[in-house]
Design a binder for this molecule. Structure first.
Ligand SMILES: *Cc1c(COP(=O)(O)O)cnc(C)c1O
Length: 363
């Protein structure tokens, strides 16, 4: 069954580990003797309660999430959290954002509806080719939080450090496209959140990891109950029907990460995959990289030939060779190889072989 799969370099939804998909298939008609699939189960049932609890416990182990953090499984994608973050966190009404790409900019724009927002950094003028160094950050000391997009999926840039914030300014991070790819010191963050469909599971579930003392400032009398993290935390993500199947798959992915050696092993694999690509890119001059060297992402590798027609030809011919979704995002152009946890080394080897051949044929 797995033999005829192709290497899918999609930025998201993206590849899932084959053992996880096989497990889903085996569980499909009758989940562990329950007589039904996970999709058909009441979220209030005992069996499902076991699934969501196990998903949370596994994620907590894998990411070493401290006990004073809540883990929420929500709907609406990462984009809904662009609003939920200021709605839940603002106290003084001020927050600061590092504008490092489309998603950070969208989050900033959404937050402006709720208070006084300030750009602590922007790389817009150079088409978001880098993330800031600590020295470049201009964070207001009276801001409620400072927001980063930890990995910029579209531009292929990634923070290689956890930014420091002035005392009392909570660090908030969108880790949609690099969560579970390396160890993270959760205690440095007030909130970490991520849509699942890049590196954690299928689309439809968003994880929010929030320190407990940050809950309870939400103006429930005027904002929708669905976006109140405290309501969701108090109800164990079951205020209403949670995205049941996605949570189950996310649990299997987290278990797969654990069985493979955890996030440390994922980091080693990610560094291997990405350095194979960057080493090749740096060794030749047919392709140019897009991201500045010290900002390069381990998850999304962006490059171009400098000729739009050749880029289009690359996308087409790589697809014919069994590698899908290598076309870059429309705001960057060129190519993008998304190489998340589930991408085997063989996929990257095959891509590099193809790149060499393509360069030879189109010089
Ligand atoms: C994909 C992505 C988003 C948007 O996620 P949705 O689930 O589609 O709302 C936000 N941030 C980052 C970093 C992403 O990669």
């Amino acid at each position: 069954m797995a033999d005829n799969r192709i290497y899918n370099f999609s930025a998201g939804p993206s590849m899932l580990p084959v053992p996880v998909l096989e497990r889903c298939a085996a569980d499909m008609l009758n989940y562990q003797g329950s007589g039904m699939s996970v999709m058909e189960m009441s979220h209030r049932s005992k069996v499902y309660d076991g699934i969501i609890k196990e998903t949370e416990a596994t994620l907590r182990r894998v990411l070493s999430i401290p006990d004073n953090y809540k883990v929420l499984f929500l709907q609406g994608g990462a984009t809904t959290q662009f609003a939920a973050i200021p709605m839940n966190l603002l106290k003084t009404g001020k927050a600061d954002y590092a504008l490092t790409g489309s998603f950070a900019s969208k989050a900033y724009k959404e937050a402006q509806k709720f208070g006084d927002m300030h750009a602590a950094f922007s790389s817009k003028e150079t088409n978001f080719d880098h993330v800031p160094t600590q020295d470049e950050l201009d964070i207001r000391p009276d801001a409620d939080y400072f927001y980063i997009c930890a990995n910029n999926t579209i531009y292929g840039t990634e923070y290689q450090y956890d930014p420091e914030t002035p005392a009392g300014v909570e660090l908030v991070a969108d880790m949609s496209s690099n969560i579970l790819s390396k160890p993270v010191d959760v205690s440095k963050y007030g909130v970490i959140y991520a849509g699942a469909q890049k590196n954690m599971g299928p689309a439809g579930v968003t994880v929010v990891i929030v320190r407990e003392d940050l809950l309870g400032n939400y103006p429930l009398e005027k904002y929708p109950v669905m976006l109140d993290w405290k309501t969701m935390a108090d109800k164990d993500s079951m205020y209403n029907t949670p995205p049941t199947y996605g949570i189950y798959v996310l649990g299997l992915v987290a278990k797969w990460v654990e069985d493979m050696g955890g996030v440390k092993a994922m980091q080693e694999r990610a560094e291997k995959r990405s350095s194979m690509l960057y080493d090749y890119l740096d060794s030749q001059d047919f392709y140019k990289t897009v991201a500045a060297k010290d900002s390069r992402s381990h998850m999304n590798v962006t490059f171009r030939t400098g000729n739009d027609e050749l880029d289009a030809k690359f996308a087409k011919e790589s697809m014919a060779a069994g590698m899908s979704n290598l076309k870059g995002h429309r705001s960057v152009g060129g190519m993008r190889a998304s190489i998340y946890n589930a991408m085997p080394i063989e996929g990257v080897e095959k891509l590099i072989d193809f790149m060499k051949k393509f360069a030879e044929e189109n010089k």
